[in-house]
Design a protein around this ligand. Structure first.
Ligand code: NCD
Length: 308
């Protein structure tokens, strides 16, 4: 059996067995919840800190809910009201909070690599979970996307998945690609305008497209991404209408995909920019299922790193 994780900063290089163990546990928790189990006490007496230096709706609330459903205590550290905004060093903040006897830190930060810095500086015994760092990794999103696909299409060695939009600045895309590759998804297609695409060297095993009609042809799942303008330096982008015309998901394009193609998006969605409202709310949309699965995946991860 692959060793139990102490931290989760990225899915890159995680063994397939570890990823499958987390997905299986998330699925078991989802089944238990469907049968009425809403609260467990496996993490009773443990304290989890939500340390978010960037805005978040889904990720932060679902980590909080996940921790509470396992019986842990949760502290939400609000950066806007903290000394960090007065210039306190990240590690001073860390040690101050650690003195309150934490068991896990869930961190989101605009700089890639911050979670690993925390792993290096954190007191032994404290687990670090990455809730998104720069454009590098968002491991729980990668897991919840894999879980959502597996729920509908477990035949991974037969599947074609398209990721479309601002891949270059997307930590979600990177973690998705790591999860999907390790789990043996047959074909991963990446599509977007050249300035928003990763280099061919970064993901040599993925197929690169700039024509969305060609990329979506026969696809079994399509993951749409937001334009992450906060992470773009100075990129010349088409205006929103032109962007939607080339890279937006509408019913016409969706009809080119395989029958029943899963429509996914990590959120927050921008209706009419990367996805048409009737597709986001349509019968093939799995966007709210992704949100629901996020809670179970985060329960599975907290259980993995914290359960005694
Ligand atoms: C994503 C993020 O913050 O990386 N959102 C999320 O966690 N659900 C994607 C995004 O912000 O576009």
């Amino acid at each position: 059996m692959s060793p139990r994780l102490r931290h989760l900063t990225t899915l890159e290089h995680l063994p397939r067995e570890t990823i499958e163990r987390l997905l299986d546990r998330a699925e078991a928790l989802r089944d238990a919840c469907a049968h009425g189990t809403r609260k467990l006490d496996v993490l009773a007496g443990r304290t989890v800190l939500n340390l978010f230096f960037e805005p978040s709706t889904r990720t932060r609330t679902s980590f909080e809910l996940a921790a509470r459903r396992l019986g842990a205590d949760v502290i939400n550290f609000d950066i806007g009201f903290s000394s960090t905004s007065k210039g306190e060093e990240l590690f001073d903040t860390l040690h101050t909070l650690e003195a309150m006897h934490l068991d896990a830190i869930i961190v989101r930060h605009k700089h890639s690599g911050t979670p690993d810095e925390l792993v290096r500086h954190a007191m032994s015994g404290v687990s670090v979970i990455n809730a998104g760092d720069g454009n590098r990794a968002h491991p729980t999103q990668g897991l919840l996307d894999a879980l959502t696909i597996r729920q509908h299409r477990p035949d991974f060695d037969n599947l074609t998945v398209v990721i479309c939009g601002d891949i270059r600045h997307s930590r979600v895309a990177r973690s998705d690609i790591h999860a999907f590759s390790t789990l043996g998804i047959k074909q991963i297609r990446l599509c977007g305008p050249t300035p928003l695409m990763p280099t061919a060297e970064e993901f040599p095993h993925c197929r690169h497209y700039d024509d969305f009609d060609a990329a979506i042809d026969g696809a079994d799942a399509v993951i749409m991404l937001r334009l992450q303008k906060e992470r773009m330096a100075s990129i010349d982008l088409p205006d929103e209408a032109a962007y939607f015309a080339h890279y937006g998901l509408d019913q016409r394009r969706l009809a080119r995909a395989a029958k029943g193609c899963l429509v996914m998006h990590p959120g927050p969605i921008n209706r009419g920019i990367e996805i048409a409202p009737d597709v986001a709310d349509g019968a093939q949309s799995r966007i709210l299922e992704q949100v629901g699965n996020g809670v179970f995946v985060r329960m599975a991860v907290l259980n993995e790193v914290l359960a005694r």
